[in-house]
Design a binder for this molecule. Structure first.
Ligand SMILES: Nc1ncnc2c1ncn2[C@@H]1O[C@H](COP(=O)(O)OP(=O)(O)OP(=O)(O)O)[C@@H](O)[C@H]1O
Length: 257
């Protein structure tokens, strides 16, 4: 394993092993993820990228047979500490999935949903949050005249940006994205990529992608996963132009996977 990415990190994983029953899905993962940057997780299908991503906000907790050994620290707080408030953790670490999953309600209510759950009831405050979040998700101009219509009427690309606005509305520190553009056309994909580059000014983003071009375009650092291990973790331009491990080179040049 070659790991040279360093500097101030918001997420530190300390030798993580993950099991689904007897199957060891992740082996000795040690990744430090830099604050306000984009970290891409790449690797062939089934190598553990999504499993790792989901350990970062404890999304795997409810899967029967799932077990994690080792610790993950976010800003020095051990998120697997039994005392950790998981609702608070998921507020701090938001998640965007492959398929946009807007709630079957209005555009406005989708974005206001999280703040309302966290106790914000004042209409003007909610209006402000909705506008700010939709602007930050680069969707405001397209929807400002139809905020009270159903989110289900938006295109796939717009729905994905709405989901990002919904995540932003609860002011996370970290946003996890699991193949956020894989179901989208090239123009919608490019909007999401542009958005990721804008969001990293304020947020830490960890993204799983099967597109090497996408990883190269949006990320600062890249981790290459294979068979549940991190083979190499480095600055993205190093991974794509001068990888140190043969397996990384074989993967990025399309020799397998
Ligand atoms: N709920 C589960 N129960 C049992 N095994 C699982 C479960 N989820 C994932 N796995 C196994 O763990 C391994 C890693 O899966 P994971 O989904 O993390 O890989 P991935 O790299 O994200 O794959 P893909 O790129 O296809 O999404 C695979 O062998 C998978 O079959």
């Amino acid at each position: 394993m070659t790991i040279t990415a360093t500097t101030a990190s918001i997420i530190q994983t300390d030798s993580i092993d993950v099991y689904y029953d007897d199957f060891k899905a992740l082996k000795n993962i040690q990744l430090n993820i830099k604050e306000k940057s984009v970290t891409a997780l790449i690797g062939p299908s089934g190598c553990g990228k999504s499993t790792f991503l989901r350990t970062l906000n404890r999304m795997n907790d409810l899967i029967s047979g799932f077990r994690v050994e080792g610790n993950i620290f976010i800003k020095d707080q051990n998120i697997y500490d039994p005392k950790m408030d998981v609702v608070d953790l998921r507020k701090r670490v938001g998640m965007v999935f492959q398929r946009a999953n807007p709630f079957p309600m209005s555009i406005y209510d989708n974005v206001a949903y999280g703040p309302r759950i966290h106790g914000i009831k004042h209409k003007l405050t909610l209006d402000e949050i909705v506008e700010k979040s939709l602007k930050a998700a680069a969707l405001w101009d397209e929807v400002k005249d139809r905020l009270n219509t159903s989110a289900m009427g938006l295109s796939g690309g717009q729905q994905q940006r709405l989901v990002i606005a919904r995540v932003l509305a609860i002011q996370p520190e970290i946003i996890l994205m699991d193949e956020p553009a894989s179901a989208l056309d090239p123009i919608s994909t490019s909007k999401i990529e542009q958005l990721i580059l804008e969001l990293k000014e304020k947020y830490t983003i960890v993204i799983v992608t099967h597109s090497m071009q996408q990883a190269a375009r949006v990320s600062d650092e890249t981790a290459f996963f294979l068979n549940g291990e991190v083979i190499e973790f480095d600055e993205t331009n190093v991974i794509f132009t001068n990888p140190k491990e043969q397996q990384t080179e074989d993967y990025i040049t399309g020799r397998f996977g």
